[in-house]
Design a protein around this ligand. Structure first.
Ligand code: AMP
Length: 479
């Protein structure tokens, strides 16, 4: 199968040759003819499948072949994406594939000044790639009107819903011409996505290139059970022990990102960070420095999880599991691309058992567990099954701070209490010290230390069990 046989015009074929794209990927084989002929499309395809070219190439062709020219403050193709990073990446793809076509492209997203975006929209753009919130801002200020939109693309639709953009999306749908082409790309197809799709797609061509929700099989994945407070130390230990030199590291909170970045930096690693509160230019710079190898470790929150186009990344380390199971698939989608093999290791504490179970249900496999000697979890991570169940209740903590006795519970003779630090089972500190000789302190005030009980207890706590709390709170602003 060649790109030419899919009906693409010469200028596009030449650009693909320059990019050294030899053969279309499976999603491209199916999407390109469907989009060229003006159909709606609903595609289950995750990052790494070549989905961007799957919609960008045929849309560029339609823009060239079908007038009219774009008017001022208008766009002809609207691509909605969840994050700024993805907006930039999709824009770069349009620019590369559409070289020499005399079309205008723009990416518009929040976190940067709106004025330059408004200026560029004055002449009108053929393709506007935007995050939903900024798009609505621009629309409200009359910088962009939607009457010339002929195609709407929703890229990573599931992620947009995860990030809480449902209202913005509905507002955009309502403002667009009813007569249009709509393409919906999503890594996963939850009920919410299907409902949304039913409302906006007309007789779509359905495309599924890999089993939805399956993770790339070439990726070696495993879990290291560990107590929450020991995560930073275990992380540094694993990095040093395995000579991991180029890794994308995911942490739940911004504070966690800053903390790990600081200890990596003090230990002599070159490191940069990406999180929601960082100004956009700094985030793009961090990504660029990581891609070029100027920094070896990129520590990020969820915002970086999707759509980052980093080829040949050998390693993803989840210091925290993602709150939304689908994000696991997206995170580790950074590795093992285009046939390369990758490694994804997750440090999991007892609190995260529900997240682990949800991930395993999503990917339909139980992740292999490997405890690291010296870092065995005192708070056992309960066994999970590939159907998403937590099989065994966690054991009673060996030394609960407040003695708990459930009615009818068997009273066992108490054991000699362990030292509070949990050091007794672990290697001597000298052996554990990993490249932290510049005085790095893995402080108990770290964002990973357990300082107070977490939110409300789950519905049916077993006697003495540490049943993990409900869904941890997470907000767009903090990540
Ligand atoms: P995507 O899934 O759109 O994020 O694309 C993943 C990566 O695959 C990007 O780096 C693209 O440049 C690359 N790519 C897409 N299509 C092809 C192709 N047909 N041949 C080679 N590389 C491709």
């Amino acid at each position: 199968m060649s790109f030419a046989s899919l009906g693409l015009i010469d200028p596009l074929l030449r650009n693909l040759q320059d990019l050294n794209y030899q053969t279309p990927t499976p999603v491209q084989v199916k999407a390109i003819p469907a989009v060229l002929s003006g159909n709606d499309v609903m595609a289950a395809a995750q990052t790494g499948t070549g989905k961007t070219a799957g919609f960008a190439l045929p849309l560029l062709q339609r823009l060239v072949q079908h007038g009219p020219a774009v008017s001022s403050n208008r766009a002809r193709v609207l691509v909605l994406v969840p994050t700024r990073e993805l907006a930039e990446q999709v824009l770069q793809s349009f620019i590369a594939y559409g070289k020499g076509l005399d079309l205008r492209f723009l990416a518009a997203y929040g976190g940067v000044s709106i004025n330059p975006q408004m200026m560029k929209l004055r002449k009108g753009v053929d393709v506007l790639v935007a995050t939903p919130g900024r798009l609505l801002d621009l629309n409200r200020q009359n910088a962009v009107q939607f009457d010339q939109v002929q195609t709407l693309v929703l890229d990573e639709a599931d992620r947009m819903l995860d990030l809480g953009f449902e209202r913005e999306l509905n507002a955009v749908f309502a403002a667009l011409p009813a007569q249009r082409q709509t393409l919906l790309f999503s890594a996963t197809f939850t009920d919410d996505i299907r409902t949304m799709a039913a409302g906006i797609l007309r007789g779509p061509v359905n495309i599924s290139v890999s089993p939805p929700n399956a993770t790339a099989s070439k990726i070696k994945q495993w879990v290291v059970p560990v107590d929450k407070k020991n995560k930073p130390e275990l992380f540094m230990h694993l990095v040093a022990e395995n000579n991991w030199e180029h890794a994308l590291v995911f942490v739940k909170t911004r504070n966690g990102v800053d903390y790990l970045a600081a200890i990596l930096d003090e230990a002599g690693y070159s490191v940069d960070t990406i999180h929601g509160d960082k100004p956009q230019p700094a985030r793009l710079r961090a990504l660029e420095r990581f891609k070029t190898g100027e920094v070896n470790m990129l520590v990020a929150t969820d915002v970086a999880a999707r759509g980052l186009d980093i080829d040949n990344l050998p390693l993803v380390i989840n210091v925290d599991l993602p709150i939304v199971a689908q994000d696991y698939v997206h995170r580790i989608g950074r590795t093992g691309r285009a046939g390369a093999s990758g490694v994804a290791v997750s440090l999991v504490c007892a609190d995260e058992a529900p997240q682990l179970a949800a991930i395993e249900a999503l990917i339909r496999q139980t992740l292999r567990r490997a405890e690291e000697p010296g870092f065995e979890a005192e708070h056992r991570v309960p066994q999970t099954s590939a159907t998403g169940e937590i099989i065994k209740k966690p054991k009673k903590p060996k030394k609960p701070k407040v003695p708990q006795t459930a009615p009818g519970a068997l009273q066992m003779p108490s054991k000699k209490p362990r030292p509070q630090t949990g050091e007794s089972k672990r290697k001597p500190a000298a052996q554990r010290a990993v490249a932290t000789n510049k005085g790095t302190s893995l402080s108990s005030n770290s964002p990973f230390s357990v300082q107070k009980p977490r939110s409300k207890p789950a519905s049916k706590p077993a006697a003495g069990s540490r049943k993990p709390a409900g869904k941890p709170a997470g907000g767009r602003g903090k990540r």
